[in-house]
Design a protein around this ligand. Structure first.
Ligand code: HEC
Ligand code: HEC
Ligand code: HEC
Ligand code: HEC
Ligand code: HEC
Length: 237
């Protein structure tokens, strides 16, 4: 019994310690929260609300560098101390990457999203991104710090004029087969549109007999109207 209590107490202390320890020692977050650039970039604010934060994917998981340097009170540091700390943390020798090149971006995300990167890398748009030919980066669609699943086709409109059928394909694996599928889809949609715009005079299910029957009815109706007009004119005389 006492053993269990002791065990729980130790566990509690470990949990509390590791929690406060984590919050204190992530140097990237501690410094970036208070630098003036944050006002403009809004990076930590976005990251704090993200699914990555919930899963412990910290700044250094993507950018590299050293998150374990000691930072206490950033605001009280002299400029020289600040710069030294920054250099120690955002250290190229510790693998720090600022804005990634396309190849670096793929490496960054493939640590944890290997399948997504593999299919995107071999797609038409992924190729256009890798070759700097205007294809979207992972973060153009998902954003870097507050990762989202983008709205399709709304998010595609900044680069594509015609987004017909985009909601029916996999945007992370657009290949030759997708393009064929898309043109087939578009022809089908265009045909449906034409049909929808000009409804046939008679519903398709009506056979010629019924059409004749309806026409006959219409003629009778016209006769009756003409007859009424005739009567009215006669009465006036
Ligand atoms: C002591 C403060 C401090 C620490 C610690 C720090 N940074 Fe920075 N970081 C800055 C400042 C200031 C800038 C903006 C001005 C500049 O680039 O010099 C910056 C810029 C950046 C940039 C943008 C680079 C670019 O090329 O535009 C990234 C990315 C970044 N930091 C990530 C990190 C990561 C990841 C860590 C932790 C491993 C970290 N920072 C730790 C102060 C810090
Ligand atoms: C999921 C990966 C990922 C995580 C986690 C991440 N970043 Fe970034 N960050 C990027 C990418 C990619 C860019 C390049 C710009 C882009 O693609 O939007 C970037 C750009 C930046 C920039 C340049 C300014 C800007 O808005 O483009 C700063 C500063 C920065 N990151 C700091 C941080 C800090 C601080 C953290 C932790 C609070 C962090 N990043 C967490 C991927 C990440
Ligand atoms: C250290 C691991 C790690 C890295 C690096 C990483 N992620 Fe994630 N990512 C996760 C985890 C964990 C989740 C949440 C669980 C899940 O959905 O798989 C997640 C979720 C996501 C989601 C789903 C969001 C949602 O709302 O469902 C997207 C999109 C995403 N990440 C994009 C990226 C991109 C883009 C990069 C590279 C710039 C990246 N991630 C880098 C671990 C990582
Ligand atoms: C053209 C926009 C676009 C680009 C570029 C893009 N994605 Fe996605 N991604 C999406 C959409 C849309 C979804 C939702 C797919 C769905 O619902 O089936 C998604 C889903 C995801 C998911 C959630 C898991 C899943 O499969 O449902 C992850 C993780 C992800 N993308 C990572 C990445 C990474 C990493 C890259 C870069 C290698 C990337 N994405 C490039 C649009 C994009
Ligand atoms: C940053 C710009 C950009 C964004 C955003 C973007 N694309 Fe693309 N897309 C391209 C480029 C560049 C190509 C390659 C054009 C080429 O080589 O013919 C392309 C090609 C395609 C193609 C094959 C050719 C075609 O035009 O039919 C499809 C399909 C496609 N994108 C779908 C999407 C979808 C779906 C989204 C949104 C989820 C999206 N794209 C968002 C730039 C973008």
């Amino acid at each position: 019994m006492t053993r269990t209590v002791k065990y729980l107490a130790v566990l509690l202390i470990v949990v509390l310690y590791s929690n406060t320890g984590y919050a204190k020692t992530n140097a990237c977050l501690a410094c970036h929260k208070v630098i003036p650039e944050e006002q403009k970039q809004n990076v930590t604010d976005c990251w704090l609300r993200s699914i990555h934060r919930q899963n412990g994917v910290t700044c250094d998981a993507c950018h590299g560098g050293n998150p374990d340097v000691q930072v206490s009170s950033i605001k009280s540091l002299s400029n020289r101390q600040f710069d030294a700390l920054k250099a120690l943390s955002m250290s190229r020798s510790r693998g720090f990457i600022g804005i990634p090149s396309p190849a670096q971006m793929f490496d960054m995300c493939s640590q944890c999203h290997g399948d997504s990167v593999n299919s995107y890398k071999n797609s038409i748009m992924g190729g256009a991104y890798l070759d700097n030919k205007g294809g979207p980066s992972c973060t153009d669609c998902h954003s870097a710090h507050y990762v989202i699943i983008p709205d399709v086709p709304k998010s595609c409109e900044k680069c594509h004029k015609d987004t017909t059928g985009f909601d029916q394909i996999d945007p992370m694996n657009v290949n030759d087969a997708t393009v064929t599928e898309l043109s087939r889809l578009r022809i089908k949609l265009a045909e449906e549109k034409i049909k929808g715009k000009e409804p046939p005079l008679f519903p398709e299910e009506l056979g010629s007999f019924q059409i004749g029957f309806v026409a006959f009815g219409a003629i009778i109706l016209l006769f009756i109207i003409a007859f009424i007009i005739y009567i009215l004119i006669e009465k006036r005389r």
